[in-house]
Design a protein around this ligand. Sequence first.
Ligand code: HEC
Ligand code: HEC
Length: 204
Amino acid sequence: MKKIAVIAILLAVAATAGAKEGATVRSIALPVVETPLADGEGKLTVMSNCGSCHSLDYLVTQPRLSPAAWTAVVEKMRKVYGAEISDADAVAVASYLASGYGTEKKAAVGEAAGKGPAPKAAAAVSGEASFRKYCNACHAGGGNIVKPALTLHRKDLESNGIRTAGDIVGLLRDPGPGMPKFDEKSVPEAEARAIAEYVLKTFK
Ligand code: HEC
Ligand code: HEC
């Protein structure tokens, strides 16, 4: 496989060199098979870390995975296959994959633009149920599997200036590194509030 690739490159060099004599050969474009990736924060990190050993098709043809499962895939690439990816990049990659190719936002990528998520009933949203659905993979029991120091317990929240439900909703809309972004489309205002209130009253 490697050999074939090398030969292909050499042929490309020869062809280019023949075409314009004396020109440097630095500008050859390798025949890269482009896999279109969903837009989103971390896309570049994925493109730069995950396409070196196998095609990015490996990512987009996976069944949609939960954030925890994507984190596990990235860890496997690092620990089992020796992918050299910094901690920060690993978090960014898992977060990107969870939001672009995750189980939570089914309409995020490449699906018929018209059929967005069904509008959620404004009626009684249970903060607890939504927390389980969106947050539990990383924050079960109020912890944080990605960044263990940043739990959802009051002391940690307060030391980061997070005091009110509004602060938490703000954080969902604009999270720190490693946490997927929950925008209005995926988690409408009322549901976000209910989750925030559940967090404040549950993890003391
Ligand atoms: C050092 C090489 C290497 C790098 C870099 C790498 N992978 Fe892999 N990846 C592998 C190997 C080896 C396999 C399994 C072999 C196969 O099935 O062809 C694999 C398989 C996969 C699979 C298929 C499912 C599975 O669990 O086997 C996914 C998904 C995947 N990689 C995602 C990623 C992501 C995301 C990144 C970037 C963080 C990445 N890979 C970077 C080597 C790598
Ligand atoms: C894929 C994992 C993941 C998911 C899912 C996730 N988070 Fe987070 N969360 C993180 C990470 C990582 C951080 C730390 C980010 C940083 O460095 O600022 C964090 C930080 C937080 C914080 C601040 C904690 C502190 O001590 O400063 C709150 C509050 C929070 N998340 C709430 C939520 C809620 C509510 C949900 C569900 C709607 C959620 N998170 C879903 C990974 C996740």
